[in-house]
Design a binder for this molecule. Structure first.
Ligand SMILES: *Cc1c(COP(=O)(O)O)cnc(C)c1O
Length: 399
């Protein structure tokens, strides 16, 4: 049995090791999660406590109240920092809470430029923020980075990028956008949910803030909703931590624990998601009832070269446009057995959904059509089941 001093020494060495930069795969398992200081538990304990006892007036052991900080949440935040390669992270309740918290760094009169085919919830929130708080949002096609210059004026404060986009898997050149943004004094904010830090590292490409819905690939098991905001400067870190504490958008300890647990298998899951997605995309590309396949890993994808340059993985999301009308779409959506008809993505199980009436129903029709999200587009979140089973399921549903 280890005596207390030995446990301390062990923790000290492990923590020291954690500060040395390890490979990404090792970091998913070890970063931020040294053995528990009380008993040496190898898994991070769930500190399910709202408050912490002070040792003396003004003296506590690093945490006083869970809205302001919690050891389980801190372990997740430290882990996420290592994976994204940045200096600070705040774990919040949902992906939307991450976006809400980030938008709170702006004030009335500020303007933001946002990718036009962003997540439905993001466009809905941005429109609400515009109506209620007077922050103007321009939805712009940023596949050509210089398009943002058409909207920059002295009130513009940030460019909001989602790449690959949802559901059409269009890409934005993060490095090109960040360079232009920097010359105009704008922040570059990237929603990295679709690839996770395994597939894309926005800070290396010049981003200032990265947001995540950890609900998706980071957690990966469809059993929690969560989010995170990451940044790479002391100033942004202080502002974001103040906002999250003031708004109360922080993540709960148990949810943080689940996400931490999910992240341990991120690399092996992402490899399988990508292999399966590639196989499904190639199958669909040859299918006579499929008009068009959207997958950055296909050489036919108009931004395939950028995907190879900017991403480490082509990801696990595949969308396609069906020949025919809405009845044909319905037949496919209800015809699969393995692919469950459900929103969300990034879990180990495969999902099928209809953006126009499901994930992107909160986007108004004009905006949706301008972004190219037509009624015959179907989106797949490819899970890690056997790929032949997945293809067989689609073969039968496509008829
Ligand atoms: C799901 C998602 C969100 C919102 O996250 P929630 O956890 O559902 O609140 C934001 N951005 C993208 C790209 C998403 O896929």
């Amino acid at each position: 049995m280890l005596v207390r001093e030995e446990v301390f020494l062990f923790c000290f060495i492990v923590n020291l090791l954690n500060e040395v930069s390890m490979s990404f795969q090792t970091d998913t398992i070890h970063a931020g999660v040294g053995p528990d200081k009380a008993y040496g538990a190898i898994m991070t304990p769930i500190y399910q406590s709202s408050t912490f006892v002070f040792e003396d007036i003004g003296k506590h052991r690093g945490f006083d109240y869970t809205r302001s900080g919690n050891p389980t949440r801190k372990a997740l935040e430290d882990n996420l920092c290592s994976l994204e390669g940045c200096s600070s992270a705040v774990a919040v309740t949902t992906g939307m809470a991450a976006i809400t918290s980030t938008l709170n760094i702006f004030k009335s009169g500020d303007e933001i430029i946002c990718t036009d085919d962003c997540y439905g919830g993001t466009s809905r929130l941005m429109k609400t923020v515009e109506e209620h708080f007077g922050i103007k949002v321009h939805f712009v096609n940023l596949q050509e980075a210089s398009n943002l210059l058409l909207y920059v004026n002295e009130s513009t404060k940030a460019v909001w990028v989602e790449t690959p986009s949802n559901p059409l898997l269009n890409l934005v050149d993060i490095h090109a956008v960040a360079l232009l943004a920097k010359t105009h004094g704008l922040l570059t904010i990237v929603d990295n949910t679709f690839l996770s830090p395994y597939g894309q590292k926005p800070f290396e490409l010049g981003a200032d803030i990265v947001v995540h819905s950890t609900t998706k690939y980071l957690n990966g098991h469809s059993d929690v909703v969560g989010g995170a905001v990451l940044s790479n400067s002391e100033d942004l870190d202080a502002r974001l931590k103040f906002i999250v504490n003031a708004l109360g958008t922080c993540a709960q300890p148990f949810d943080c624990w689940l996400v931490l647990r999910g992240i341990k298998t991120l690399v092996v899951r992402m490899r399988e998601h990508e292999r399966n997605a590639h196989a499904v995309a190639e199958y669909l590309e040859k299918h006579p009832k499929v008009k068009r396949v959207f997958y950055p890993g296909l050489p036919a994808h108009p931004q395939h070269e950028l995907a190879k340059l900017q991403q480490r993985s082509f990801g696990g999301m595949v969308s396609f446009e069906l020949e025919g009308g809405i009845e044909d779409v319905n037949r496919v959506l209800t015809g699969t057995k393995l692919f469950a008809l459900a929103e969300s993505l990034g879990g180990v199980e495969s999902l099928i959904e209809h953006p126009a009436t499901m994930s992107h129903a909160s986007m108004d029709r004009d905006h949706r059509e301008a972004a190219g999200i037509t009624d015959t587009i179907i989106r797949l979140s490819i899970g890690i089941e056997d790929r032949d089973d997945l293809i067989e399921d689609l073969r039968i549903a496509l008829g």
